[in-house]
Design a protein around this ligand. Structure first.
Ligand SMILES: Cc1cc2nc3c(=O)[nH]c(=O)nc-3n(C[C@H](O)[C@H](O)[C@H](O)COP(=O)(O)O)c2cc1C
Length: 200
C-alpha cells in the first residue's frame, strides 16, 4: 500500500458531512495502512479547470502544432491522471447537488476519463485501461435517494469508474440531512454503522 488519494468536492469547508465522513474513513484506512501516503485533492476549494479548447488541443493536436498553452493544459491534466494511477485506494467526498454530482467532481472525471491513458477505443468499443483499485465514495444528501430514479449521483460515479476499469466501489451514504432533525440523525447513525462495519 503506497498512496491513498482523497478527492473532496463539497463547496463548503465548514459543516460538510462528506468532508467529516471522509476524514473518519481516512483515519481508519491510515490505521490499517500506516505506511500509506495520503494525498488530498480539494477540488471543492480549488476546482480543476473545465475542459476548453486549449486543453483539447493539448490532448489531440500533433505535438509540433501545439502552443505552450496547449502543452501546459495537457501537463496539468496529466497530473490528475498520474495522481489517480499512483493511488491504491481512492476516497471521494461527493455531495449530491441537483440530483447529481457537483460540477467540480464532473470536471475531475472529465480529466481522468482519458483516451489512451485510462481507457482506449477498440473496434468493439471502449475498454478500460486502469487496473482495478478500491474506491470509497461518501455520498451526502439532503434527501433519501438510494435506489430512486432521481439518483444521478451513484449511477454516474459507478458508470464513470467502470468505464476506465475500476469496479471495486463502496458507497457510504449520509442521507436525509435536510429532512428534519430526526431523519438527519438517523442518516448519520446509518453512515456511522456503515463506517464501523467497514473497519471491522
Ligand atoms: C446547491 C445544492 C444542491 C443540492 N441538491 C440536492 C439534491 O438534489 N438532492 C438532495 O438530496 N440534496 C441536495 N442538496 C443537499 C446536499 O446534498 C447536502 O446538504 C449534503 O450534505 C451536502 O454535502 P456536504 O455536507 O458535504 O457539503 C443540495 C445542496 C446544495 C448546496
Amino acid at each position: 500500500m503506497q498512496q491513498i488519494l482523497v478527492v473532496q468536492s463539497s463547496a463548503r469547508q465548514n459543516g460538510s458531512l462528506s468532508r467529516e465522513y471522509t476524514a473518519n474513513l481516512v483515519a481508519k484506512l491510515q490505521a490499517q495502512h500506516p505506511e500509506a501516503k495520503v494525498v488530498t485533492r480539494d477540488i471543492g476549494a480549488n476546482p480543476v479547470p473545465h475542459l476548453d479548447e486549449t486543453l483539447l488541443n493539448g490532448w489531440m493536436k500533433p505535438a509540433d502544432q501545439q502552443t505552450d498553452a496547449d502543452r501546459a493544459a495537457d501537463a496539468r491534466s496529466n497530473e490528475l491522471v498520474d495522481e489517480l494511477l499512483a493511488s491504491d485506494i481512492v476516497v471521494i467526498g461527493s455531495p449530491m447537488y441537483n440530483f447529481g454530482i457537483t460540477s467540480t467532481l464532473k470536471a475531475w472525471f472529465d480529466h481522468v476519463l482519458r483516451a489512451g491513458r485510462t481507457f482506449k477505443y477498440t473496434e468493439t468499443g471502449p475498454v478500460g485501461l486502469t487496473p482495478d483499485r478500491k474506491v470509497y465514495i461518501v455520498a451526502s444528501r439532503g434527501g433519501r435517494h438510494q435506489g430512486s430514479p432521481l439518483d444521478h449521483q451513484q449511477p454516474y460515479i459507478t458508470t464513470a469508474f467502470g468505464f476506465i476499469g475500476i469496479q471495486d466501489l463502496t458507497f457510504i451514504h449520509v442521507e436525509g440531512q435536510a429532512m428534519g432533525e430526526e431523519e438527519a440523525g438517523k442518516g448519520r447513525a446509518e453512515a456511522d454503522k456503515a463506517l464501523s462495519e467497514l473497519a471491522a
